[in-house]
Design a protein around this ligand. Structure first.
Ligand code: ATP
Ligand code: LTN
Length: 335
């Protein structure tokens, strides 16, 4: 008999336009690990509500995010790709886990502090308990591995703590998941300020490469990327963070290591190097962009796969939820 595959779980918020950081830090790893694991990918639309959304735009963005997962090469017939808000188990387990999470733990979350300072007019309780919903997402599917960018590792750590605490009280209910962060070292940095991560909520559009940017825009943004006054293409994150970020990106796209890149561009100015990075990234994104254009308006196809996967996600996650309810002593609904 074939060994049962281990379970992989991940997702992204349906907020803003996805960037090259999201792609190299997360989406691409999902595709790489796809064959090896049984995969669940959520469109995390509940999480997006922690920041105020325009309802019409939000609806479209969530659909587009689903289509983008598919365009990136995740087959929705083989992977369970679904909408978090369509599967009621997430909100239910999240509530229960809230009662097993300490405020002291949530107080330490750097993403909360960061988002609270950015949205000081709307520091809502959802922003605060965001990691508990994320823990529920992951634990419902008994995930073994969770591929995310470095910035999400703290949330994975609290997920593991909650799972272990719960298991300690009630026996082995949850699989304790492990993070997977892939190759792209510290993450992709902003093209305008290499001290900051490239982020889809950056106000300066030149700071990020969006997955839907056309080739000319991509070339132009790399050309304008902030570097230093030196001329040598050399990897040195401390002294040359801008060039090192471009080298990280070029390496992640071409598979070349830093030494190879240094020799490839020895004696050549930054201009030629930036042009090569632009070409490589444009080439990487083109097939995904084409596929996205093909499927984004195919309502019938999207509705069919979304419906089937929502149902599968409910079925799988409800097994865990029922077990949890029983363990904590909640009674069954009388039919
Ligand atoms: P926001 O700016 O709205 O907080 P974001 O761009 O950080 O958004 P998320 O939705 O928080 O994106 O992240 C989606 C996934 O992409 C996560 O796994 C995250 O770790 C990863 N990711 C985001 N930005 C980067 C980056 N610059 N480098 C590597 N991975 C990233
Ligand atoms: N917080 C994550 C999105 C997210 C997630 C998850 C990722 C919500 N639930 C469960 C992995 C597993 C982010 O990328 N900002």
């Amino acid at each position: 008999m074939e060994d049962k595959k281990k379970i992989l779980y991940s997702g992204m918020q349906a907020t803003g336009n996805l960037t090259l950081g999201n792609y190299l830090g997360a989406l691409r790893n999902w595709k790489t690990l796809n064959e090896e694991y049984e995969c669940f990918f959520g469109v995390m639309d509940f999480h997006s509500l922690t920041v105020r959304q325009n309802p019409a735009e939000f609806r479209q963005r969530a659909r587009n995010l689903f289509a983008l997962y598919v365009a990136a090469g995740l087959d929705p017939e083989k992977n369970c790709i679904y909408f978090q808000s369509h599967v009621s188990t997430h909100a239910e387990l999240s509530w229960i886990l809230n009662c097993y999470t300490y405020m002291g733990e949530l107080n330490r979350m750097t993403q909360f502090k960061d988002k609270a300072s950015k949205h000081s007019d709307n520091i809502n309780a959802g922003l605060y308990t965001y990691p508990v919903l994320m823990a529920a997402d992951i634990l419902l599917y008994q995930a073994d591995v969770v591929p995310v960018g470095k910035d999400q590792l703290q949330h994975l750590e609290i997920t593991r703590d909650i799972a272990q605490r719960f298991n300690g009280l009630y026996g082995d209910v949850f699989t304790v998941p492990k993070p997977y962060t892939g190759k792209i070292g510290a993450g992709v940095k902003s093209l305008q300020n290499p001290e900051k991560k490239m982020s889809k909520s950056d106000e300066n559009p030149n700071a990020s490469i969006y997955l839907m940017d056309d080739a000319d825009t991509i070339r132009r943004k790399f050309k304008r990327a902030v570097t230093d006054s030196d001329t040598q293409v050399r990897y040195d994150v401390k002294e040359k963070p801008g060039i090192s970020n471009l080298m990280d990106i070029y390496g992640a796209v071409t598979g070349k290591d830093m030494k190879d890149i240094e020799s490839e561009f020895a004696g050549v100015g930054y201009g030629d190097f930036k042009a090569a990075v632009g070409e490589a990234v444009a080439g990487l994104l083109a097939p995904m962009q084409e596929r996205f254009e093909e499927i984004k308006n195919d309502k019938e196809y999207l509705d069919r796969v979304i419906g089937a996967n929502d149902e599968k996600a409910f079925y799988v996650s409800n097994k865990t939820l029922r077990k949890v309810k029983k363990k904590v002593g909640l009674t069954d609904r009388i039919k």
